[in-house]
Ligand binder design. Structure first.
Ligand SMILES: Cc1cc2nc3c(=O)[nH]c(=O)nc-3n(C[C@H](O)[C@H](O)[C@H](O)COP(=O)(O)OP(=O)(O)OC[C@H]3O[C@@H](n4cnc5c(N)ncnc54)[C@H](O)[C@@H]3O)c2cc1C
Length: 430
């Protein structure tokens, strides 16, 4: 393989492959350098990929890609230690997302990219960027150097390379979550029965509260064809501050009476963990420089409230590729030319959405006790009261419940919570 290409891409995840295939389809020669033995071998997520953005890059993916189940049901489970209140949205015609196994799906995307002309060098770890006259001109791997007009950094959440050239700072524990999950094999019949699904339809459950009550963390359950994914994401500083062990939290989650019945008699076939960038809009790094663009998780592009990451990765990869094509056509690889990438991001849903939620993480860091603790308990307490039959007049029970809201919690804290919700709402629609 020639060690020169018009564009080099570091990382063969959704961001890197989407950038690569977009470039190759325009006749640009492009090499993806991936450290894993194949694309996807190092990657894990919850998770679900999103139909519309995936179709933009891979129009026929629904017919050809290794997908597990089409999501038709979203459950929101509010858990205390012994109780749960579940809100479920079911839409048999929904076509928003599919559960996939990243090891299989990323590998399939990589094969599609190869068919389009992308060269993929696996088992190739990029050690550092080669910078000449303040411009990135290539990369050093363990074995050899590669050169190009533009380097796209798609190397994921840690992106040591973006840090090397000062585009990013070291990520702080409060701006990153640890995602942990187990894959539990129980067979498709039991999944269909327990989740009320058919063979190719699936569900996503978001778990708020126990065992992460009063913490900045959420649990999840995804359904694959014949396995269930149970896991959670928690802010790294919570784990450190509270000296928590991730596998103990996962065990508690699995032992909850509402969850244990779903996974009963299953066999754990995989345990994995990965970081998720959670800094949001206020922590976005610089996304371009002379001869370089940063995409996907390396650029911290994750919308954590909607659990969107792969779609931001794919679309940022596409925008970076379009920018590289423009730069190649104009033979101009300066930061001034590559800032077009920033403009594309700004004009898209990516930055608009991250901006809408710019207050989310600062607010949640201050009010986690309320939103994942107190109110979850109160919702469950309400339904316990509402469904109890004990010859106490309903009016007495309602009064007691309303009174308890103000006796259990200081009025000023309630007001602060209310203001925080308003701040989030106004931030989202402004
Ligand atoms: C627990 C968890 C659950 C999630 N759930 C969802 C979900 O349900 N839906 C969703 O859309 N998103 C989800 N996400 C987020 C999503 O996985 C990421 O946003 C997405 O994978 C980012 O894609 P990427 O290509 O930028 O990075 P990655 O997928 O991390 O790919 C980076 C690639 O770069 C390679 N690499 C790194 N360094 C080097 C190097 N020096 N040299 C060569 N190669 C290198 C890696 O091996 C890897 O293949 C979840 C994440 C986690 C951790």
């Amino acid at each position: 393989m020639d060690n020169k290409a018009q564009v080099l891409i570091v990382g063969g995840g959704p961001a890197g492959i989407s950038a690569g295939i977009t470039l190759a389809r325009s006749g640009i020669d492009v090499i993806i350098l991936e450290r894993g033995s194949y694309c996807g071998s190092k990657n894990m997520f919850g998770g679900a990929i999103y139909t519309q953005p995936t179709k933009e890059i891979f129009p026929d993916f629904e017919a050809n890609a290794p997908i597990e189940r089409k999501t038709v049901k979203h459950n929101y489970m509010l858990l205390t230690e012994k109780e749960s209140t579940v809100i479920s949205h079911f839409d048999v015609e929904a076509n928003t997302s599919y559960s996939v196994v990243r090891g299989k799906f990323d590998r399939w995307m990589a094969e599609e990219a190869k068919k389009a002309g992308v060269v993929i060098a696996t088992e190739t770890v990029v050690k550092e960027l080669i910078v000449k006259d303040k411009k990135v001109v290539g990369v050093k791997t363990e074995l050899e150097d590669y050169y190009s007009d533009i380097v796209i950094l798609a190397d994921g959440v840690n992106s040591l390379l973006a840090r090397q050239i000062g585009l990013r700072k070291r990520i702080e524990p409060k701006d990153v979550a640890l995602g942990v999950k187990e894959v539990i094999k129980i067979g498709s019949d039991k999944i269909n029965e327990r989740f009320n699904l058919t063979d190719d339809t699936g569900s996503i459950s978001e778990i708020i509260g126990y065992p992460m009550s009063e913490m900045l963390g959420l649990g999840y359950i995804y359904t694959n064809k014949d396995s269930i994914v149970v896991g959670f994401g928690i802010a790294l500083d919570e784990l450190v501050k509270r000296k928590l062990k991730p596998y103990e939290l996962l065990d508690k989650l699995k032992e909850h009476p509402s969850i244990s019945t779903l996974i009963k008699d299953g066999e754990v076939t995989e345990y994995s963990a990965h970081l998720i960038p959670e800094g949001g809009f206020k922590k976005l790094p610089k996304l371009y420089g002379n001869g370089v663009l940063v995409v996907g998780d390396a650029a911290m592009l994750v919308d954590n409230i909607h659990w969107e990451g792969t779609n931001l990765a794919m679309m940022s990869g596409k925008f970076a590729a379009e920018t590289a094509i423009y730069a190649i056509n104009n033979n101009n690889f300066s930061a001034d030319c590559l800032k077009l990438y920033n403009e594309k991001l700004n004009n898209s849903f990516i930055i608009k959405d991250l901006k809408s939620y710019k207050n989310l993480m600062p607010v949640m860091h201050k009010r986690e006790k309320s939103f994942t603790g107190y109110y979850i308990k109160k919702v469950n307490a309400f339904f316990k009261m509402f469904t109890s039959v004990d010859s106490v007049p309903k009016r007495t029970k309602f009064r007691q419940f309303i009174k308890s809201i103000f006796t259990d919690r200081n009025i000023f804290v309630l007001l602060q919570d209310g203001l925080a919700v308003l701040k989030l709402l106004f931030g989202a629609i402004k």
